[in-house]
Write a protein that binds this ligand. Structure first.
Ligand code: C2O
Ligand code: CU
Length: 482
């Protein structure tokens, strides 16, 4: 951070302080007597519109996409922890949209969920979001309206909240992972929300991008220490990245600090909507190349990108400075007095039959019947058809909860809770090593996962699978905190 940055922050925090004093005073005054100066905020503007992007690169033509600021991914929003963010969103799409700030603990009205927290933004209309960034870390933004189509056509962007005292690295980089289903002419296949994708593992595409481009080589230098902020912005693809010859260390999940550790088998598994911050020491030889591969789906392994070393090293030996992040201030669940709720997920295809949520163990339906209902996935027996629902569970504000998530399906599901972070406390009855904080937890087939948190953000919050075709097929619900 430069001296200038420091100056700006100090000046800004002074401004924020005096603003909050003004607000506090104002509430004592009768209405109308208030000076309506809004608190200082960092201003951004996003225009969502059809555009064109060179995803595959020449000789292939550009791809027609939907994008923020005609950029895929959209412009990066980067602020300091504690800053206020104001984003004016203009909708130039042919349909309604909203923007959800995935992982940011916003007030409910700023959560961007159509009909539940706001009216969708109509074509030609604008909406201004304003909220604080309470937690440092790696987040992202995307539409919550018709999201399988809108995200699938390219609407997404990174939102980075910098720590006041960042760890020492040579480069701090964002890798937005994208996945597209393209036709031969590099155009997006428009078979969105087809029943097959919905009932299986979602719209897994055929073209993977890194920051909006099919990656070739990624230039690095020997001895360099890089912080990689991975954001999985794909509709459905789960990545399992392996850095050949390197030992990446995970330092954060979903923006939240975790005890630095190497992932089991060196594979970084990241489901849709999840973020993982890595520290990678570039230990390769000058002039060498090594592969990063994605080995998540058996039989569909591929080379994701090459790390290409420059001829000149940066330093002889990698840095040995600390890499633990300072944790954000999240309310610690009181495990002794936590109230427990069971949440069962079922549905989807299994051996040619659809498992329905009806009754214990699930009823069976054949593919034809299922095609007609469009209700494919169930949470506690209910397949959601829109964003507004009777809550699955109502939680008392300030209380601690354990949700026992029970995946009774034959598929993975990245399950996201809005407005909160939770600790992942156990998997299949075994306590987790790191009790990691997450906002999106990837459940494997048949897995039971316990999450724990304090319900401290009031409102109606979405709770859904972030495989967007599963969400569209009913795997969604509302958790109320009142
Ligand atoms: Cu990333 Cu309900 O959202
Ligand atoms: Cu799912």
């Amino acid at each position: 951070m430069s001296a200038f940055d420091r100056f700006v922050i100090n000046r800004r925090s002074l401004l924020l302080d005096s603003a909050s004093v003004a607000v506090a005073t104002a509430t004592l005054l009768p209405r109308g007597a208030r000076g309506a100066a809004p608190p200082a905020a960092k201003e951004f503007s996003l225009v969502a519109a059809p555009g064109r992007a060179s995803l595959v690169g020449p000789p292939h033509p550009d791809t027609d996409v939907w994008a923020y600021g005609n950029q895929v991914p959209g412009p990066e929003i980067r602020v300091h922890q504690g800053e206020r963010i104001r984003v004016r969103v203009e909708n130039r799409l042919p349909e309604e949209t909203t923007v959800h700030w995935h992982g940011v603990r916003v007030p409910n009205a700023m959560d961007g969920v159509p009909h539940l927290t706001q009216e969708p933004i109509g074509p030609g209309k604008t909406f201004t979001y304003e909220f604080d960034a309470p937690d440092a870390g790696t987040y992202w933004y995307h539409p919550h309206q018709h999201s399988s189509v809108q995200v699938g056509r390219g609407l997404c962007g990174a939102l980075i909240v910098e720590e006041p005292r960042p760890i020492r690295v040579d480069r701090d980089l964002v890798w937005v992972l994208g996945d597209w289903r393209l036709l031969e002419n590099a155009q997006i296949s428009d078979d969105f929300d087809n029943r097959h994708d919905m009932a299986h593992n979602g719209r897994v595409g055929n073209t993977v991008t890194l920051n909006g481009k099919v990656p070739e080589a990624f230039a690095v230098r020997s001895g360099e220490r890089v912080r990689l902020r991975l954001i999985n912005a794909a509709n459905a693809r789960i990545f399992g990245l392996e850095f050949e010859g390197h030992r990446p260390v995970i330092i954060a999940y979903d923006g939240q600090a975790v005890t630095p550790h190497e992932p089991p088998g060196g594979r970084i598994v990241i489901g849709p909507a999840m973020r993982i911050d890595l520290v990678v020491d570039m230990t390769g030889k000058p002039g060498s190349r090594s592969m990063v591969t994605d080995r998540f789906y058996r039989g569909l392994e591929y080379r994701f990108v090459d790390l290409a070393y420059a001829a000149e090293p940066l330093r002889e030996r990698p840095l040995d400075t600390p890499i633990s992040l300072e944790p954000n201030k999240l309310a610690e669940p009181d495990m002794r007095n936590a109230e427990r709720h069971a949440v069962t997920f079922n549905g989807g295809m299994m051996g040619g039959m659809m498992m329905t949520g009806a009754g214990r163990g699930g009823g069976m339906m054949n593919m034809m019947e299922m095609m007609h209902t469009g209700k494919i996935w169930f949470i506690n027996g209910v397949a959601a058809t829109g964003h507004v629902h009777e809550p699955l569970i109502t939680l008392q504000r300030g209380r601690s909860y354990v949700l026992g998530l029970n995946n009774e399906t034959a598929w993975h599901h990245p399950i996201h809770l809005h407005g909160h972070f939770f600790r992942v406390v156990s998997r299949n009855g075994r306590p987790t090593t790191y009790r990691e904080w997450q906002d999106t937890v990837l459940m494997a087939q048949r897995e039971k996962v316990e999450i724990a948190f304090v319900a401290d953000n009031p409102g109606d919050w979405m709770f859904h699978c972030h495989i967007l075709e599963h969400q569209a097929g009913g795997m969604m619900g509302v958790i109320r905190v009142s």
